[in-house]
Ligand binder design. Structure first.
Ligand code: SF4
Length: 243
């Protein structure tokens, strides 16, 4: 094996161990990255993270957010504390899309802030990003009662908002978290186990379906699921690096 291949292999192993550690595998003790050796968040894969490209409140965004917050297009508005439009960098190259807000998100008005959200943040950081450098949203913007799965009519009613967000951001890659998001983008009526790990296409944007972080939380001790998610995220990172 050539020296370059060995180094790549070692880096790969280190990334994977770091990912497991981020997900709570405390038995792993990894050395801190050497000074100057840290992957610049977003830098390696060309995220536009210059100050002028950080979160900006453009008129279009402001209008969109206000419309979502006051929306009554579907019955879900009746049970919400507040709508959860999404958050992050409006010029992100990487976008994560989940299913719907849960209880914590509904209370705080922010996506992915509960246990599953904390896990998603760790995944994002393991990929070399800061959370605020990507964009995070859900297919539907209001919490369904008892966290039930959103119905097709609710998804359809709310889709205008997610489509507008995607149009405004124009990300290089979308990660679809869980079945509802995967179905929204890929119209694939298959199980997550079948479709995860394979890029699909939404308009011209590659979409990587992977397990929802809440599935990881529910299967906390299952290392195989963590490994599969990390394999999916490595493909995303590789695509971003080459784009
Ligand atoms: S879920 Fe979407 S469509 Fe339904 S009320 Fe909330 S913002 Fe409007």
């Amino acid at each position: 094996m050539k020296e370059k291949e060995i180094i790549e292999k070692l880096e790969d192993i280190e990334e994977q161990l770091r990912f497991y550690q981020q997900l709570g595998a405390d038995f792993l003790v990894l050395p801190d990255r050497p000074a100057g050796g840290e992957r610049p968040a977003g830098g390696l894969i060309g995220l536009k993270n210059e100050p002028e490209n950080q979160i900006v409140q453009s008129g279009e965004w402001e209008k969109l957010l206000q419309r979502i917050k006051g929306c009554r297009f579907c019955p879900l508005f009746q049970g919400r504390t507040q709508a959860v439009p999404g958050e992050g960098n409006y010029q992100a190259k990487l976008m994560f899309v989940g299913e719907a807000p849960g209880r914590d998100e509904d209370l705080q008005g922010r996506p992915f802030v509960g246990r599953a959200g904390q896990l998603l943040t760790k995944i994002i950081e393991a990929m070399g990003f800061k959370r605020q450098e990507v964009y995070i949203a859900n297919v539907v913007k209001c919490r369904p009662p008892e966290n039930r799965t959103p119905r097709p009519d609710e998804v359809k009613a709310c889709s205008i908002y997610l489509l507008s967000q995607i149009d405004l951001i124009n990300p290089k890659v979308i990660v679809a978290l869980g079945k509802i998001a995967a179905e929204f983008f890929l119209q694939a009526n298959k199980s997550m186990s079948e479709i995860r790990g394979h890029f699909g296409q939404f308009k011209d944007i590659p979409v990587m379906p992977t397990f929802h972080p809440s599935y990881l939380v529910r299967n906390e001790g299952n290392r195989e699921i963590k490994r599969l998610v990390w394999e999916d995220m490595k493909k995303v990172m590789k695509l971003l690096e080459s784009s």
